[in-house]
Ligand binder design. Structure first.
Ligand code: C2E
Ligand code: MG
Ligand code: MG
Length: 833
């Protein structure tokens, strides 16, 4: 048996052969030793090598002549030198060292895994004179064992579940990750069926997998679901392979399951993001850090008119429109560089060359180190809003019936005339003219005839004035004439007389021959040192006195001064009395979310319960108050009444947010925020967050800076703001973002004709988009029909106020209304188109 041959003590025999002569058996042993695959070495008691066989040469790389006489330590790695002392201790004690696994050095310096057996060599007298070493190379065994250990370590530390099972699905091994993913421990599962993990509806799939694997096939990266110990489901990706025995027969299955819950979630998030990207109404354009376009969405293609391929890799410079100078883009880049974002308006060019107004919101996208990788631009096409505004601006300057200048253009012209007069020392006369008994013509012959009379009288007056003069229609039958450079300090009586005569000229309207007359009030600058507004008001007051004094006449302001002031004063003191007498009260109009059928609040609208004239709407008395200190007094009264009402509702278990309208002059009082704070303290049970202040867009723009400052002070108190009659202020939309108002109220004039007037529809759409970009809430006022409400819902405006929901009503009627109100049938659950 070869084993025995090797474990003998050939070195000892070889020694005695040398000493006592070589025997026959000695030759045999010698040959055995020399040819053994094992290294067989002997050493003396000082550790020097005395014999070295071929196996030793093969294993360690040294030849016998070199090694004989050298120290055994030559074969020991430095850190193993003390092994030799231990070995000698054993030998001296007459013991063997058997199958000791250690490492030794090869001649070329690499380490060898060896198993050594060392025995003492005795002389004839039994004294220990040396030791024999048999060393066997076990590198291969060691590396196999290491490989197996490594495999186990990999399986144990894998994040994937690694499971093996028999062909009938019985689980044979179960790693730590399998426990983490499925919750079951190895103890739970080894010996259990794989079907424990398979939800009932997926059993067939698992059957099919096993069938395929039995035939030697594979299952690769199948995404499916498995049950967990807690009864839930986990998304996994499964790969299975058959396990073959040595003859290639399939004897089991190995299976790797990866938890893809996070991946699934990330995929879902990605899908959502890309749906938002592709379906949003605003155009989205993404560039890289140097401004090359890398992605655009459908809406952007629609707005710009380009195809996607035409844009990728290009620079957004290609959209630049000549409608604005380069400074717009320079400012944009400067702001982007400084703050990482930009919001504002810019004109751009579509593919067909047409210019469009875009409301832009650009953001730099930086990594965690602050390095910018992309820019994302959102563009809302607000061209309809812009063009309508431009058209409005045009319309705003002229009276559509008579084509005369209107009140606004008049204001401009008068201002210019005054500036000129100041420079040249000339005078400017302002005439306020009201036709006498025009109402009788309207009532007697109808509005058409009335309109024709107005046009004809306007023509006659134009004939009476000079080119440099301005004739404007103020509305109704009221006109204003501005006469320029009417020689210093003299009244242009002749000219005014001519105008009076022109008005009184008989008019041939169809078959009718009609005649009207005019009452004219006049004031002259600089004798009257007022500004443009005051001059017009003074002329108006003088006109009032002309009427009172018998019509068809001219009255100078200086003589009418006292009478005029008196009149307005009478009206104002009557209103002051009304406030003291509690004749002012509030009606409330509900605001609702049409889609959800919920009531979001009410708007407080002031009424005057006049003892003789009955219940009066704001139009009947607010204009008298305009810009008078009493306006703020009324405003404060309104806020206080609203807060008191909110407190009463609250005690009755009804919490209802209320908005109140604030006049521009009131909002601009220096102590507005402070006084509001005092009122809020008085009604401490009311949450300031339930109070909303509505300010007119036009008044907010009067002095944006001051208004924004007051608004911020009020925000600090907790109240909110809405911009009322939004869309009627024809000023730059970029102002909007400086106004800290949470809500935009689309003006009722646009809402009313939404279904029939395409321009109004576009404006409403633009305002909704605008609100989206600026992250403001939007509410439509003046909703008079179910269809308009439905259309607004389709456009994405859910909140509304209007007669079809409720008319303004007394506070006492609100509770009943809340109980009985139901949204229109077509509104509920409607999704935006
Ligand atoms: P606003 O703030 O825009 O209020 C909406 C006006 O539209 C109210 O007129 C309301 O009755 C009317 N309205 C509501 N729904 C509809 C509808 O479906 N169709 C039509 N045609 N009209 C509708 P109201 O009460 O006559 O008030 C007129 C304006 O007077 C208000 O316009 C607001 O600017 C001003 N105002 C009202 N109350 C106050 C107040 O307490 N203080 C101040 N400063 N202004 C007030
Ligand atoms: Mg309002
Ligand atoms: Mg309004």
């Amino acid at each position: 048996m070869p084993e025995q041959r090797k474990t003998g003590t050939p070195a000892a025999i070889s020694r005695s052969a040398l000493k006592h002569g070589i025997t026959q058996a000695g030759y045999h042993f010698q040959a055995l030793i020399e040819n053994s695959d094992d290294a067989i070495i002997s050493k003396d008691m000082s550790g020097n090598i005395t014999s070295w066989n071929v196996g030793a040469q093969a294993l360690f790389g040294y030849a016998a002549p070199y090694m004989i006489g050298r120290s055994m330590l030559l074969l020991f790695p430095v850190d193993r030198h003390d092994e030799e002392a231990l070995i000698f201790a054993k030998i001296l004690a007459g013991e063997k060292v058997e199958h000791f696994e250690t490492v030794r050095l090869h001649r070329d310096g690499h380490l060898l895994a060896v198993s050594v057996t060392i025995s003492p060599i005795r002389d004839g007298a039994g004294r220990i004179i040396g030791a024999s070493n048999i060393a066997r190379d076990i590198s291969e065994q060691v590396s196999l064992a290491n490989a197996a250990r490594r495999c186990e370590a990999i399986i144990a530390s894998s994040d994937d579940a690694i499971i093996s099972k028999s062909l009938d699905g019985t689980i044979l091994s179960w790693n730590a990750a399998a426990q983490t993913i499925f919750g079951f421990s190895a103890q739970d599962m080894i010996g259990a069926s794989i079907y424990t993990l398979v939800p009932a509806e997926l059993r067939e799939q698992e059957d099919e997998f096993l069938r395929r694997l039995r035939l030697g096939g594979k299952v690769e990266h199948v995404e499916t679901q498995r049950r967990t110990k807690s009864g839930g489901l986990v998304d996994v990706s499964i790969s299975s392979s058959p396990i073959h025995d040595a003859r290639g027969k399939v004897i089991g299955v190995s299976k790797i399951a990866r938890d893809i819950t996070l991946q699934k979630r990330a995929e879902a998030r990605l899908q959502l993001t890309s749906r938002v990207f592709s379906s949003t109404h605003e155009g989205i354009l993404i560039t890289d850090a140097v401004g090359s376009i890398v992605e655009v969405n459908e809406s952007f293609l629609r707005i710009s008119g380009y195809r996607r391929e035409e844009l990728l890799g290009q620079s957004p410079r290609m959209f630049r429109s000549s409608r604005q100078g380069p400074e717009v883009h320079e400012a944009m880049w400067a702001e982007l560089a400084a703050t990482g974002s930009f919001q504002g308006e810019a004109w751009s060019r579509r593919k067909d060359g047409e210019a469009y107004a875009g409301l832009l919101s650009i953001n730099a996208i930086a990594d965690s180190n602050g390095k910018v990788h992309n820019y994302v631009a959102m563009v809302a096409d607000i061209t309809p809003l812009r063009t309508k505004q431009e058209e409005l601006e045009r319309m705003l300057h002229f009276d559509p019936l008579t084509t005369l200048a209107n009140r606004i253009l008049l204001g401009d012209r008068l201002q210019q005339a005054l500036l000129l007069a100041q420079r040249t020392g000339q005078s400017v006369a302002v005439l306020y003219l009201d036709l006498d008994r025009f109402k009788q013509i309207n009532d007697g012959y109808g509005h058409d005839i009335g309109d024709q009379v107005l046009v004809a009288v306007a023509q006659n007056m134009l004939g009476a004035i000079r080119d440099t003069d301005t004739l404007a229609r103020m509305g109704g039958d009221e006109f204003v004439v501005v006469l320029q450079d009417v020689g210093a300090a003299c009244y242009p009586d002749q000219l005014v007389e001519r105008i009076l005569q022109a008005c009184a000229r008989p008019l041939a309207i169809g078959e009718l021959l009609l005649q009207v007359s005019a009452s004219i009030g006049m004031t002259v600058f600089p004798a009257d040192g007022g500004d443009a507004d005051q001059l017009i008001r003074h002329a108006d007051q003088a006109m009032f006195v002309a009427k009172r004094d018998g019509r068809n006449r001219i009255c100078h302001f200086d003589s009418a001064f006292e009478a005029g002031i008196e009149l307005r004063n009478v009206q104002l003191s009557r209103l002051a009395l009304a406030m003291r007498n509690d004749e002012m009260l509030l009606h409330y109009q509900p605001k609702v979310n049409m889609r959800l059928g919920t009531v979001t609040g009410v708007e407080a609208l002031v009424r005057w319960q006049h003892p003789e004239r009955g219940l009066l709407a704001p139009a009947a008395f607010l204009p008298v108050l305009q810009d008078d200190p009493l306006e703020a007094v009324l405003g404060e009264l309104v806020i206080e009444q609203a807060l008191a009402q909110m407190a009463r509702w609250q005690s009755a278990g009804l919490r209802l947010p209320v908005s109140v309208n604030i006049a521009a002059s009131h909002l601009q009082m220096a102590d507005f925020a402070e006084r509001l704070g005092t009122l809020l303290q008085r009604y401490a049970q009311v949450d300031p967050g339930d109070l909303e202040l509505e300010i007119l867009e036009t008044s907010a723009l009067r002095d944006l800076q001051a208004v924004a400052t007051v608004m911020h002070a009020c925000l600090a108190l907790g109240v909110h703001f809405a911009v009322d009659d939004f869309g009627t202020g024809y000023s730059s939309l970029t102002y909007l973002r400086r106004l800290p108002a949470a809500t935009l109220k689309i003006d009722q004039s646009f809402v009313r004709d939404l279904l029939v007037d395409h321009d109004d529809l576009s404006i409403v759409q633009s305002v909704i988009a605008l609100a989206g970009v600026f992250q403001r809430a939007v509410i439509a006022e003046g909703v008079e029909s179910e269809e308009i409400g439905a259309r607004l819902l389709d456009l994405g405006c859910d909140t509304a106020q209007g007669y079809v929901i409720a008319r303004p009503m007394a506070a006492s009627a609100i509770a009943d209304w809340l109980r009985s109100w139901r949204p229109c049938a077509s509104w509920k659950g409607r999704l935006p188109a």
